[in-house]
Design a protein around this ligand. Structure first.
Ligand SMILES: NC(=O)c1ccc[n+]([C@@H]2O[C@H](COP(=O)([O-])OP(=O)(O)OC[C@H]3O[C@@H](n4cnc5c(N)ncnc54)[C@H](O)[C@@H]3O)[C@@H](O)[C@H]2O)c1
Length: 504
């Protein structure tokens, strides 16, 4: 959450508090004092306190069969320093509808076993280091969202691993949970750590490196998606595999959700990106069928629900505004990049890349469908967008498809008002978002667009009533939130259109 003008200040988007970033980056005394409070506990350091790492660290601080002293480490940058301070001051840096987050956090505060820092000295204390940092794909796209190319720059990731290598114990377990290009643990992480240990005159023989990926679902089941869910893992050698397994057994409910061990880390890394590519492809596949349904006067929801009756076709996707979030928008590209750059293939994963490309264009398709149905120019219209985050019931705006749609409205000089119950500040756009729906609905709009499928917008009789009582306008549901009855009810007065529903 960068404060654009002051790069020595880091502002919390949760409390609004501003923190001055220390000039001298030394927290040795803080770390030593924390460790002294927990002399008999194993130390787990989680690298990266973002949406995944901060919660993974929380789960480790509430491990099932072992008491750990947990440290979270992040960068002292304007974007991230506030997370460190916030954790130590009693405000968890992630807003989520899962009540377990606050419960687990209060428990960790009570036990005093979750400390956050920016000092790499923390790695020297660790028995286990969990790597949960970001590894980004740089996409090049035209204004029309055509993917022109992309790049994967491993430099920041390598630096993060080097920081570990410069401090870690020689028998540490480094567990990579970042989504990485397949091949990374064996070809990148292990060699960097071995070299760093050798430079420090330490042996590489005791080092353990493994990979296990998160299936985190931010939202009402945030904690359970880490602790009470199936996990895939592997090590870079036998002792690493054993160490990863023993560690995971202490934090994850493996009695109910048995671990899945794969042959090596190339396989687990591939499993992660294949799993996400499958989902991204499934969505991309529906895009052209939605358009076909719109042209053919067919209700794609009715069609999909009929097909879902077949057990083999239960997970066929529904249409929407687009694909957002940090994972599905990049993971197929990470895989394709790895194929060519880490395994020397001349072939990319063409279909998977195309899936990302199609998904990136979905907001534009949704906008074009609106234009085709609106019948008059959209220029200067008053528009209310219901939902800013990329997914229902979460506050994450990273790569939200709402952005592409919003940009098109801006090009038409529309006056756009934003509502989202989970987003106060839209960081990527540097816009504050209104959370008071009642207040917003006092105004009249030419267009009301449902852009995120939050449960606040579903089966909401009050919302329906207020919209019904407004002067005639255009209601556009891009997610399929409205039921047939609701569409009929609103349609008595307004024009109602839904993405993928050519029957309306
Ligand atoms: N739902 C999800 O978001 C999800 C689900 C499964 C897996 N993942 C994967 O988990 C990983 C983390 O994702 P995220 O959503 O938490 O990302 P994020 O951007 O929210 O958090 C990453 C954090 O790592 C920090 N960081 C970067 N370099 C660092 C370094 N050298 N040392 C210490 N900290 C550093 C950043 O400052 C940031 O706070 C990614 O690989 C992602 O693909 C994400």
């Amino acid at each position: 959450m960068e404060t654009k003008t002051m790069n020595h200040i880091s502002k919390s988007p949760i409390s609004g508090k501003e923190y001055a970033i220390p000039e001298v980056k030394d927290d040795k005394a803080g770390i030593d004092a924390y460790i002294a409070q927990h002399p008999d506990k194993k130390v787990v350091v989680v690298q990266g306190l973002g949406f995944v790492g901060s919660v993974m660290a929380l789960v480790v601080a509430n491990a099932l069969t072992e008491e750990y002293a947990v440290m979270g480490i992040d960068l002292p940058t304007p974007a991230s320093y506030w997370k460190i301070r916030s954790i130590n001051e009693g405000v968890f840096p992630v807003i989520a509808s899962d009540p377990k987050i606050e419960q687990y956090y209060q428990n960790a505060l009570h036990k005093k076993n979750y400390y956050a820092t920016y000092d790499s000295y923390a790695y020297s204390k660790a028995d286990v280091i969990v790597v949960d940092i970001n590894l980004d794909v740089q996409k090049k796209s035209t204004a029309n969202k055509d993917l022109e190319g992309y790049n994967v720059d491993l430099t920041p990731f390598k630096k993060a691993i080097e920081a570990i290598g410069n401090y870690c114990k020689e028998d540490v377990l480094v567990l990579v949970e970042t989504t990485v290009p397949p091949g990374t643990s064996l070809k990148v992480v292990r060699p960097i750590l071995e070299n760093a240990l050798a430079k420090r005159g330490l042996t590489k023989d005791k080092l353990k490196v493994g990979h296990s990926y998160e299936r985190v679902m931010p939202g009402p089941k945030y904690i359970d998606s880490i602790q009470n869910f199936y996990r895939v893992f592997a090590g870079t050698d036998e002792k690493s595999t054993e160490a990863v397994e023993s560690f995971l057994r202490t934090v994850i409910r493996t009695d109910e959700y048995p671990l899945t061990k794969l042959g090596n880390t190339n396989a687990t890394e591939m499993a992660k990106v294949l799993e996400n590519s499958f989902r991204a492809m499934n969505i991309a596949f529906m895009v052209e069928w939605s358009r076909f349904a719109e042209e053919a006067g067919v209700d794609i929801y009715e069609v999909v629900n009929a097909i879902r009756m077949r057990p083999t076709h239960k997970n066929i996707m529904l249409p929407g505004l687009g694909v957002g979030g940090y994972c599905l928008t990049k993971d197929p590209l990470l895989a394709s990049w790895a194929r060519m750059n880490l395994f020397g293939s001349e072939e990319k994963l063409g279909q998977s890349e195309k899936g990302v490309h199609i998904n990136d264009k979905m907001p534009l398709y949704a906008f074009e469908y609106l234009q085709s149905q609106y019948k008059e120019p959209l220029e200067n219209k008053k528009v209310l967008l219901l939902g800013v985050s990329y997914l229902n019931d979460v506050g994450d705006t990273r790569y939200t498809p709402v952005e592409g749609f919003y940009d098109q409205l801006e090009l038409e000089n529309c006056a756009v008002t934003l509502h989202d119950p989970h987003v106060k500040y839209w960081e990527e756009k540097d816009i504050w978002v209104n959370q008071d729906l009642n207040e917003l609905l006092k105004t009249d709009y030419d267009l009301i667009v449902i852009t995120t499928g939050h449960k606040d917008y579903r089966n909401n009789k009050f919302l329906l009533e207020v919209i019904k009582n407004k002067p005639a306008c255009f209601v556009y549901d891009t997610i399929g939130v409205l039921t047939n009855e609701e569409i009929k009810y609103l349609g008595e007065k307004h024009i109602v259109k839904v993405v993928g529903r050519g029957d309306l």
